[in-house]
Ligand binder design. Structure first.
Ligand SMILES: Cc1cc2nc3c(=O)[nH]c(=O)nc-3n(C[C@H](O)[C@H](O)[C@H](O)COP(=O)(O)OP(=O)(O)OC[C@H]3O[C@@H](n4cnc5c(N)ncnc54)[C@H](O)[C@@H]3O)c2cc1C
Length: 240
């Protein structure tokens, strides 16, 4: 995205970002740091949600994400270094370092010393946090940098012209030089702007729920395929 020279006449903000998830908020912080005037419009009224807190909201952060937070001095707000799931010290047996789509990663097979492009220090270790905390840290930082965040204001439409874009959020209308769609997988911005979504239709559906299991000890940790689907059992506090 190109930087425009200040907010043009008639624009309320230089940039409007749809979505206060991790991506929208991190972008808002970066733009705020560069002195750009930013408004974030978020559909949900609050960051507090059973989907986002400890448990269902747990997210493993890879080293690239951790480094981005480290470079901006936010890492210690995100998690205590002592909360890291693994160390770079070799161990005799398998050492869980996270997973991608159920494929578990053995920390002993990682060679951080070969990652010469990375900053040395705590950024070399991945870690686990939850969306509520991540979004809380980034919202606080964004506000410190002068970013305006409006919650309960989902983007419903847009009209583009040569000078910028008029963004609708229900009855609210905002004028900006740019609109950035960070509004997740079913992005209203993407659809309204007519961006093609290249890909194939979903072949399976995932459901998330919170419940209490009777006799959870009978389930063994890890990913398990069954004739009727897949289930995952994780330690509490660790993203699986
Ligand atoms: C079960 C699960 C486990 C995962 N585990 C991991 C993991 O361990 N590690 C990892 O790196 N990633 C993980 N991911 C992926 C990670 O959560 C996403 O990549 C990340 O949240 C994407 O961030 P985002 O800001 O792009 O979108 P989102 O997090 O989807 O945020 C989009 C935001 O936009 C808002 N919004 C939606 N529509 C509108 C609208 N019309 N107007 C305004 N706001 C709108 C939403 O309320 C939301 O706040 C996981 C995902 C799931 C579902």
């Amino acid at each position: 995205m190109q930087r425009r020279e200040g907010a043009r006449a008639g624009n309320d903000f230089e940039v409007v970002i749809a979505g206060a998830g991790p991506v929208g908020l991190f972008l808002a912080c970066e733009l705020g740091l560069a002195g750009v005037s930013v408004l974030v419009l978020e559909r949900d009224a609050t960051t507090a949600s059973p989907r986002k807190g400890p448990g269902l909201g747990m997210r493993g952060l890879n080293t690239a994400a951790v480094e981005a937070f480290y470079r901006r001095g936010l890492l210690d707000s995100l998690f205590d270094p002592r909360e890291r799931a693994w160390t770079v010290e070799a161990t005799a047996s398998f050492q869980y370092a996270g997973n991608f789509a159920g494929i578990a990663l053995d920390a002993n097979r990682l060679r951080p010393a070969r990652w010469t492009y990375k900053l040395p220090g705590p950024a070399l270790l991945p870690g686990t946090s939850d969306l509520e905390r991540i979004e809380g840290v980034l919202s606080g930082r964004a506000r410190e940098l002068g970013v305006a965040i409006e919650r309960g204001a989902g983007v419903t439409g847009l009209v583009q012209d040569d000078e910028g874009v008029t963004v609708s959020a229900g009855a609210r209308s905002v004028r900006a030089g740019w609109l950035v769609g960070c509004d997740g997988g079913r992005s209203v911005v993407r659809k309204s702007a007519g961006f093609e979504f290249v890909g194939s239709d979903a072949t399976c559906a995932g459901y998330v729920f919170r419940g209490a299991l009777g006799g959870p000890g009978r389930l063994s940790p890890g990913f398990h395929r069954t004739p009727r689907g897949l289930y995952v059992v994780g330690d509490s506090g660790r993203s699986m």
